[in-house]
Design a protein around this ligand. Structure first.
Ligand code: ACO
Length: 435
């Protein structure tokens, strides 16, 4: 179903006799939006919305968020139910195809993804071009972008079969690319993927396994990994997804679009926040230092943020943060880690912040990144891998959104307008006449 127009909004330009009637569109759920496409033609004016806080950029059937209540759904299924009952690959199928798979579809899909996990052998040599201390996200931007040079057979974005194969390739190869980035940084041999393992198990195997001895995947860790991947799989039109869509709107190939998404995710205001949270917690160091830290956060001249708090859409507890917080406790308990100091510090920080008027008034709650770093650290991941892991999990969301964009008959090249506030037209002044 497409968005339907049931009412209109009339906009009148003050001081003129110009007015226009704009359709008010309703989706399945969420706030109505008014369609401003003919406003420039009728009134000669554009809209202004830096950061797109009030602008719907597309119609989408994939993910729904109600940020006031704290609801997240993939294709209509609540995230809590998917986290409880599903697997990451089943969620991938759901995001890509719109429905949960039946047993035959599930088996075929899993086989399809796991058959594409290897990288072209020449891609190995790309890694040697990076410094040993390169950030895994830097490596991933480069290597994912380079995939387009290896898969000329699936670059026709107008061919549904090419799009399908590219989707498989991206979802399947991202764990290998990320795991190899880690192995490269610590000087260990690259581990080739094992298709007899689940998606999450295979990732852990490629990260932690070594050729010299057998590596048995810890089921507690693989279950937690699968959950983390489900929770990060999609999040409607966030910064990185919008980046993927903007790049995709130009007709760029899917590998280039996903590389653009990875670059956008890297920023500390977005996916890079999970790494920043751990850095922040280490810098705070002790619960006694929380009040001084929060005083810095509240001082506008300081530019310090409480990382892992706040969200453009959630004005309530991020439902993913609730699920990760619980998983965090479970994993620490099952691994026999008692009283993790960082978790204790995070929980105290959360408690103090949630009772502070600064955060209450601004409706700032923990987001997914507040606890994800702690669980990933407990699972043995170095902080530099946190955002890389986010990128692995989000790839399916980006690909689903990219596919939806390409199939959308309303899609045009993304091209925002501006309010020009620079100099008015003026004549060139020769150098000899400039003072
Ligand atoms: N710490 C302190 N103050 C904050 C924080 C924070 N984490 N987040 C927002 N605020 C304040 C702002 O300074 C602003 O205050 P003001 O009204 O006095 O000027 C008010 O709350 C509203 O915030 P905005 O900046 O308008 O919120 P916006 O939607 O633009 O930004 C963002 C959202 C980028 C997530 C922001 O909350 C932030 O920087 N958080 C920390 C980084 C983080 O955790 N990012 C991960 C987000 S989840 C994800 O991308 C996976």
């Amino acid at each position: 179903m497409s968005a339907t127009a049931k009412r209109t909004v009339t906009v009148t330009l003050d001081g003129t006799n110009k007015s226009t009637s704009l359709p008010l569109l309703s989706g399945t759920a969420g706030a109505d939006v008014f369609d401003i496409r003919k406003m420039y033609g009728d009134l000669g004016i554009f809209t202004y919305d830096p950061g797109y806080g009030a602008t719907a950029s597309c119609e989408s059937k994939i993910t729904y968020i109600d940020g006031d209540v704290g609801i997240l759904e993939y294709r209509g299924y609540p995230i809590e139910q998917l986290a409880e009952n599903s697997t990451f690959l089943e969620v991938c199928y759901l995001l890509l195809n719109g429905e949960l798979p039946n047993p035959a579809q599930s088996a075929e899909f899993e086989l399809g993804v796991m058959r594409h996990t290897m990288l072209h052998e020449q891609i190995r040599s790309f890694y040697n071009g990076f410094r040993r201390d390169a950030h895994p996200m830097a490596i991933m931007c480069g290597v994912v972008g380079a995939l387009s040079a290896f898969y000329h057979d699936s670059l026709d974005i107008n061919d549904p079969e090419s799009r399908r194969i590219s989707a498989f390739r991206l979802v399947a190869k991202l764990p290998t690319i990320a795991a190899w980035a880690y192995k490269y940084s610590i000087g260990q041999p690259f581990m080739y993927p094992r298709n007899d393992l689940t998606y999450a198990e295979n990732f852990l195997y490629m990260v932690y396994g070594v050729p010299a001895e057998e590596y048995k995947v810890n089921p507690i860790l693989s279950k937690a990994m699968d959950l983390i991947m489900i929770l990060h799989a999609d999040h409607e039109q966030n910064a990185s997804t919008s980046t993927v869509r903007l790049a995709g709107s130009t007709g760029a190939n899917p590998f280039a679009c996903i590389a653009a998404g990875i670059a956008s995710l890297w920023g500390p205001s977005h996916g890079g926040a999970n790494e920043a949270v751990l850095k922040m917690l280490s810098e705070i160091g002790h619960v006694d230092n929380i009040p001084a830290f929060l005083a810095d956060v509240k001082d506008k001249d300081n530019h310090t943020k409480l990382m892992g708090f706040g969200h453009r859409v959630y004005k309530n507890y991020d439902p993913r943060a609730k699920l990760i917080q619980k998983a965090c406790h479970d994993v620490l308990a099952e691994l026999g880690i008692k009283g993790d100091p960082l978790l204790d510090l995070a929980m105290e920080l959360e408690k103090i912040a949630l009772s502070d008027p600064y955060f209450i008034d601004r409706k700032l709650y923990p987001n997914v990144d507040f606890y994800s770093g702690i669980i990933l650290k407990a699972m043995g991941f170095p902080t530099s891998m946190f955002t890389a892991l986010f990128a692995v999990s989000r790839t399916v969301g980006w690909v689903s959104q990219w596919q939806e964009l390409i199939e959308d008959p309303q899609q045009r090249i993304g091209r925002p307008r501006q309010i020009y506030t620079g100099p008015a037209t003026r004549d060139y002044v020769p150098m000899s006449k400039r003072g």
